[in-house]
Design a binder for this molecule. Sequence first.
Ligand code: ZN
Ligand code: ZN
Length: 248
Amino acid sequence: MDVATRSDGRLIRLLRTVVDVCIPNACLLCRAEPKAPDDDLCVRCRRLVLATRVDYCPRCARSIAPYTVHDGRCPRCRTRRVITVGRVRLGEYGGALADAIRMFKYGGHWELDRCMARLLADVIHTAPWLAQVEAIVAVPTCWQHRLRRRAHATTMMAPLVAQACGRPLVPLLRRISGGPHQAGLSDDERVKNIRGRFRIARGVTLNAARLCLIDDVLTTGATLDECAKILRRAGAAEVYGAVLAGVG
Ligand SMILES: [Zn+2]
Ligand SMILES: [Zn+2]
């Protein structure tokens, strides 16, 4: 973890303690309703976040109509190469889940790190492949991003997710550059745009390791697959993926 994020984490925990003392029961999303015991959200917000759960493909994690997965593939990924072996996600990117992610990623509400990490860890615990996973790997951000926003949502969640899943967090990947944003690109353009953006950390070889990549939002899955490709080339046997939300 980079120094900026580590110091941000300490500051956030301090601020959270101050907020907890001043407003001991405020929901992190609506700030109005009292939160449930030992939860970061009120009952209503938790229900709204979980209401974004819809059927999704266990291979590509895109939303699907019921009963459209055959032989583990949906119509959207049936003819596509997918490098991760399996994927889980909490919900579809929309409603209260999208609001929470936007607050966390872009709104400076870094105190949501524990809440988001708990939601992601809960999802990973539902994965049929969790027993195979030996370690968690976070999709990294580039230094330009760290410089601009100082903290990065996935990086902040990662140690908490790993702890909740009882797996080590291993810093295996580096992001070489941010490059043009993925927004507005077609599926094929996204794959091309993300190609070559990651590399394996210096000196790392993976002895047939089974790893779970985590990220906040999945659009086409191009980022997960690019990271999985790098990990496989370095010797990983299988790479799985887990995200908070999938865009359709
Ligand atoms: Zn609430
Ligand atoms: Zn699929």
